[in-house]
Ligand binder design. Structure first.
Ligand code: 3SL
Length: 239
């Protein structure tokens, strides 16, 4: 049976890098990068390039891409989009390519690129991602992007939700981080939004007046599309 491990912060990722080429990695940045990418695929984007820097992302405009950049929760000036899933409408993104850079999510993605498969997940494609991981069958690392190398509650909560589904599908874990994430999720699954009220990034949302993104990010199983890295591009596949 394949095994589940959870990386609670990018600062801990190096502890799990051995044998990465034989593992699946799920990138988790619930507020908001991985949710935004999943919404872009729900709304018909062709592919997404996750870029490390603002400067590099901008170069994609000349190649016909929509360019998107967020730093510290704010859209970087001069870009078509920031990181609000609500801005990635079908009218704007259907059939387009997007180059995206964010504070934590795209960084985590680039750190994991050597893995056998890199998936991008959110509550919106939770069940579909669990199925895709099971079809693949290799051990998995649930990689929480956190906030500037710090632990965060929302990514851990989602790691717990995904691990909980995987265990029900016959997966195994003996990893304390995964077991703790599952407990966090199962104790709060009936009140995700209320539980996250005290989370630091939700407080940041309030300061930035972007609270309405929270419900979009906590919507569960609205999408059957799984998102994964193929030749340096994120692509989608509907199960
Ligand atoms: O750090 C990130 O990748 C972002 O998701 C942060 S924010 O939600 O856009 O502020």
């Amino acid at each position: 049976m394949p095994k589940i491990e959870t990386v609670l912060s990018p600062a801990l990722f190096h502890l799990h890098s051995e044998g990465l080429e034989d593992k699946q990695v799920v990138i988790i940045d619930i507020l908001r990068a991985t949710t935004t990418v999943v919404v872009a695929f729900e709304n018909g984007v062709d592919h997404v390039v996750a870029s490390g820097s603002v400067k590099e992302t901008l170069t994609y405009r000349d190649k016909g891409y929509l360019v998107a950049a967020e730093r510290n929760g704010i859209t970087v000036e001069g870009f078509d989009l920031g990181n609000s899933p609500q801005d990635y409408t079908p009218e704007l993104v259907n059939g387009r390519n997007i180059a995206l850079t964010t504070t934590n999510g795209t960084r985590a993605l680039n750190m994991a690129e050597e893995a056998q498969t890199v998936w991008v997940a959110s509550f919106r494609n939770l069940a579909a991602t669990a199925e895709a991981l099971t079809q693949n069958g290799r051990d998995v690392l649930l990689f929480c992007a956190g906030w500037k190398d710090r632990f965060n509650m929302e990514d851990t909560l989602f790691a717990g939700a995904l691990a909980d589904q995987l265990l029900a599908m016959g997966w195994m874990t003996d990893d304390d981080a995964t077991l703790a994430a599952i407990d966090l999720y199962t104790q709060n699954s009936h009140r995700l939004e209320a539980f996250l009220e005290k989370a630091s990034h939700v407080q940041r949302f309030k300061t930035l007046h972007i609270e309405s993104d929270l419900q979009v990010c906590l919507k569960t199983d609205s999408s059957r599309t799984v998102v994964y890295l193929q030749d340096d591009k994120l692509v989608g596949k509907t199960l």
